[in-house]
Write a protein that binds this ligand. Sequence first.
Ligand SMILES: Cc1cc2nc3c(=O)[nH]c(=O)nc-3n(C[C@H](O)[C@H](O)[C@H](O)COP(=O)(O)OP(=O)(O)OC[C@H]3O[C@@H](n4cnc5c(N)ncnc54)[C@H](O)[C@@H]3O)c2cc1C
Length: 404
Amino acid sequence: MSRIAIIGGGAAGIAAARCLAEHGKDYVLLEAKPFTGGRCVTDHATLGAPIDLGAHWLHSPALNPLVGYADRLGIRYSRAALAGRYSRNGAWLNAKEQAACETYVEECFARIAACDGDVAISALFPDTNSPWHDVFLAEQGAKQGVAAATSSSRDFANYVWEGDDCPVTDGFGTLLSQLADGLNIRVDTPVNRIDWSGRDIKLTTPDGILVAQRIILATSTAILHDGIEFAPALPDWKRRAIADLPLGSCNKVALRFSRPVFGDCPPSLILPLRGAHEAVEIVVRESDLEIATCLFNGPFAKELAAAGHPAMANYALERLSEIFGSDVKQASMPQYIIADWDHDLHIRGCYAAARVGRADARAELARPIDDRLFFAGEACSTNYMGDVHGAWFSGIAAAEAASA
Ligand SMILES: Cc1cc2nc3c(=O)[nH]c(=O)nc-3n(C[C@H](O)[C@H](O)[C@H](O)COP(=O)(O)OP(=O)(O)OC[C@H]3O[C@@H](n4cnc5c(N)ncnc54)[C@H](O)[C@@H]3O)c2cc1C
């Protein structure tokens, strides 16, 4: 019997395990996949350079504890922010247009912050005639992974973001896997059923039943929703909180080119503007490599993922050749990386966005049951939701509560 079992080996589970290990507690972490990291995974092989399939940026570096870990472990990240550039129908916005666009987006964020209630973000913008409204929607979609019509204004306003975004050039997944080193972890061990009817909690795994006194649930909300059977069922208030924090979508394609194709474009984060629906961001030439990583956000990401991997890669090549010319297609190397989180059996989306009127569901999700079932994960964080450091803080909070 382990006194405390952690279910899920992403950032939250790893943080919880490290905290329990530091306090000398008896714990085990059970991870469904053959590796830890969850939504932080780095592919080193396919393109000959580290490519993050999920998280890549250390947000809010001043308050982000993972920056300190990266420093101690010698994991490289960049302090230099990428140039932000916008292109419409293949043409770069000029300086005046870009300034007008950035001002408009800031005004939209300010309007959301000033809203007293908790309404759909789209309801705050009945007049969407601004030529820059699709830019705002692309940025909102990137943060929340859902459409403005289904996204809670308060949840969005609660998010704390300070300072720059630092890309982890060695890979965010590399950092997380080093942080998991030496912990008591069983991989390839999905927990399918949790029987908490008696004094001991029984966890059913393919290797048999494991018994614990307390558990920390550190999976995505999609898995809590219907990926694990609870006996008895979780109480109504908890099930409501889980249901009101569904996962949005953010998927990626990374491509490498056999020769320089980006001209004199510096390392950049590009928004190719194609109307409100196609919420896409493209990172080019990070670390001066001829690599492009396209991020698809919100409902558009889901549609593209449903169309299949070749369709995702083709879409990325179309957008790139619109901006950089047709040589992009000729120079594209045959191997590419697809990160389709919607169809990842053990995650099923990118990050949780509160339903309209339900920003307070995060605090309910984080609240323990009976002082025996504890909850962690990015969705539990009220201010750093959707971020690795939000998941990390929640894992520590759950571990401290579970070992109290
Ligand atoms: C494409 C993308 C880009 C992102 N970019 C950034 C970024 O740049 N910066 C940033 O800070 N954040 C980013 N994020 C968000 C960040 O990755 C997540 O918020 C964070 O990693 C979530 O960690 P977690 O521990 O809450 O959950 P997860 O990482 O999902 O961990 C949960 C773990 O539980 C396991 N599991 C599931 N079911 C079971 C079961 N039944 N039994 C045992 N184990 C189970 C899963 O396999 C998984 O390993 C991004 C996410 C995506 C998808």
